[in-house]
Design a protein around this ligand. Sequence first.
Ligand code: ASP
Length: 410
Amino acid sequence: MKLLKIKLHWQILIALILAVLFGYFIPNGVKYVAWMGDIFLRALKMVIIPLILSSIISGITSMGEGSNLGRLGFKTLLYYLSTSTLAILTGLAVVNIVKPGVGVELGFTESVEGLSEKAGSIKDILYRLVPDNIVDAMAQGSILSVIFFAIIFGYFITKVDSKYKESLKTFFDAIFEVMMKVTLFIIKFTPLGIFGIVANEVARNASQLTNIAGSLAIYSLCVVAGLLIHAFVFLPLIVRFIGKAQPFTHFRNMATPLLTAFSTSSSSATLPLTMEALEHKSGVSNKITSFTLPLGATINMDGTALYECVAAMFIAQAYGVDLSIAQQGLVVVTALLASIGAAGIPMAGLVMITVVLTAIGLPLEGIGLILAVDRILDMLRTSVNVWSDSCGAVTVARTEGEKTNVSLIS
Ligand code: ASP
């Protein structure tokens, strides 16, 4: 078929445009195509747990000594915390310069009941890390718990008798290889899946989007401007100067996962595609991707962090509250924690704003102000979340001395 000769990311882009047109002009026809999106998402979710489990275990067992794991962990967390903080500060600067919330009418139309219960506390995040039942954690798709278990399990494989070690290592390497093949197979259907998802979303949200005017539009532009600066200035600089790699070649390699992140609004669902692109296109070893990417998909969310900050500041401005420097510092810290705690699923970031608002004593109803534009901003921030994870993997790999396919030619 001729269509298959077109590069996958072009196919996805075409599907995206067609889906927008379809959803907008033929909303009644969407029920006939929405199933394609559902099946695609189900297939991605199907591979996530076995992929994470086998990839982390096989990555850790190939890492060798324990100190490697510690060093890698330290570098990865350092990258995650510093880029998320940088993103928040970028957002804070933009929102302080533009002040999109000043003078906004507080007429709430949307109800936000039950949001704060869903957010959970910092203690809950810690509890989520250590599962009381690993089978249940897998069944619930609780990624943090599965990562924790896989790291412990992988680590102790390296501590057992070599005959057990070898067979377990081969076993998990083999599962990982198979899961990658399954992922590659699912990826072929991305254009169809994305068509179904996006057509459905456009049909559902079209009326809301046309209502957006005035301050909400300016607020959205602030988020978008912050995201663009972070994604196209700061992250490339880190890849270029710390990772000594080519950020824009890497960006091109990431086209498929980034478009998928945009369409699905879920870093977790995109994870299999992110792993595939990094390993097979940008040439980062499984040792690095297996550790950094699953962790990144759940805790490293630069786009979400920036969004939390801009949204909370916008709400504060709309309520006429002038936040002091210390209070803005609190926004920075809580936005960081909220982004770490947010799950890699659609609208998780919106729920987590309650954490920031509560910390600075603003009413949760303020969230009603920004609900209308959350979906579209979710798409953008999720792409930035995934982009940052991928830049982190390249940067860490390069500082570990890996050649990769995106190294600078010196
Ligand atoms: N949807 C985002 C993600 O999966 C999380 C968020 O809502 O900000 O990365």
